[in-house]
Design a protein around this ligand. Structure first.
Ligand code: BJ8
Length: 425
């Protein structure tokens, strides 16, 4: 592995503390989580990218910045990456999924805050994540109360731009989000000194749609009876898609899919015959949070779909590419980034329940696990409808709440094991 210490020091990171993180992550974790039998060869690229998560991609961002380029850090899939990309910046997802950063976040936030928010602040304030040092601006959103207040604290240490996402989906809310996207364009033009032209925005839409299409192609394999790739691997790929170079990851996913085509023709499966098919729904599983997939698949289940932001919500819908003017393209972005994402921050949020039921059918799920990150009030509360409707539809459902620690691993194994057994695993 290359030595990135000099780069980390130049970025103002706390390298000593970071060394402790490296000891535990990601090498050791990769071995435990991803040493699977019969793994597609195409996973080698993703292993390499995640094994050097704090080196390979950050080094590219450093080079981009040396040439005068800007890096934009985002936390939510409602924020359109097309805008910074069209302005010549690099957009990178920053959702933190490691317990390592949580104590740092707790120095600034109430303990009763969801781990995703605590880890985000901890990663910045503890100076142990290169991505959180490299971003020239952080783009937050008003999706939930915890995030809204966390951005105010983050703004004391870093430049922030906040997008005001409506909480309902009425015509006036669409108009508002449309304005917000125009505001984001202006802010990105100011940051980069580049104008977002219709041509550049169109190219950015096509670039990111291509990434979505590759992820959609990958997801199709999970509908097969013989599934040629594990849920853990698909989750890893989706997580990497948030920060890797979009054109490169698109081609690597397509290359992997070519290999999976061959496997599918031969009926190769990475799961034992009769493995129960599980759909996950709920709060995001940010990198390196592989806990649930690992438990489910180690117990003999197969995760076939994630109705999550680190899943289908990230790539299932493309942006309409037919717009010619900036106005038309921003309308298309509004429809995709507000209309087509059914986060629990919206009320009502009927579409999410319909999606879960549709996806359970499409991916032939035997059961659904509704996952909530501890202290996420909106998903926890929405779980009432999710679980009631699934039961009414005759789809077995298990609701669980968890965090980034391993303290509940044994309890989760027991509950998930019993659920799989009940499904007839
Ligand atoms: S579109 S799910 S990425 S807001 S888990 S921080 S909601 S308290 S992450 Fe999310 Fe965007 Fe919605 Fe997706 Fe708040 Fe809940 Fe924490 Fe959450």
């Amino acid at each position: 592995m290359a030595d990135y210490r000099k780069m980390w020091e130049d970025l103002g990171m706390d390298v000593k503390t970071h060394d402790m993180l490296c000891e535990a992550l990601p090498g050791a974790v990769i071995e435990v989580y991803f040493s699977q039998e019969n793994r597609p060869v195409g996973m080698d690229y993703f292993n390499a990218v995640v094994a050097e998560i704090h080196g390979l991609r950050p080094a590219e961002l450093v080079e981009h910045k040396k040439k005068g380029g800007k890096v934009v850090g985002t936390f939510c899939i409602h924020v359109p990456d097309e805008v910074p990309v069209a302005a010549g910046a690099i957009a990178t997802g920053l959702c933190s999924g490691s317990q390592f950063w949580v104590p740092g976040g707790e120095k600034k936030l109430p303990a009763a805050t969801c781990p995703l928010i605590k880890a985000s602040l901890g990663a910045r304030f503890d100076r142990t994540c290169p991505f959180f040092r490299l971003a020239d601006i952080f783009v937050g959103e008003t999706t939930c109360d915890g995030k809204k207040k966390a951005w105010e604290i983050l703004a004391e240490d870093a430049p922030m731009y906040i997008m005001d996402i409506p909480q309902m989906k009425r015509p006036k809310d669409y108009a508002h989000w449309n304005d917000e996207i125009f505001g984001y364009i202006r802010r990105m033009e100011e940051l980069t000194g580049n104008t977002v032209t219709p041509e550049k925005l169109h190219d950015a839409i096509v670039l990111l749609n291509n990434k979505r299409k590759a992820l959609q192609r990958l997801a199709e394999f999970r509908k097969l009876e013989n599934i040629p790739i594990s849920g853990k691997d698909v989750l890893l790929i989706t997580q990497i898609a948030f920060y890797d170079d979009p054109a490169r990851i698109t081609s690597m996913i397509n290359k992997l899919c070519d290999e999976l085509d061959e496997r599918a023709k031969k009926g190769v499966s990475v799961f034992k015959k009769g493995a129960k098919r599980i759909l996950l729904t709920g709060t995001p599983l940010s990198i390196p949070n592989w806990k649930l997939h690992h438990i489910i698949e180690s117990l003999g289940g197969a995760v076939v779909c994630e109705e999550m932001c680190t899943g289908i919500r990230y790539y299932e819908k493309c942006v309409d590419e037919s717009g010619k003017t900036l106005d038309e393209m921003v309308t298309a972005l509004t429809e995709r980034y507000m209309g087509a994402i059914h986060c629990a921050c919206f009320t009502p949020n009927r579409e999410r329940i319909d999606d879960i039921k549709r996806l359970a059918r499409e991916y032939k799920a035997d059961g659904v696990i509704d996952v909530n990150l501890k202290f996420c009030g909106i998903y926890d509360t929405e779980g009432f409808f999710v679980e009631r409707e699934l039961k009414e539809a005759g789809i077995p459902v298990l609701g669980i709440e968890t965090d980034y620690t391993d303290q509940d691993a044994e309890q989760l194994k027991t509950r998930i094991g019993a659920f799989l057994e009940m499904l007839g695993n």
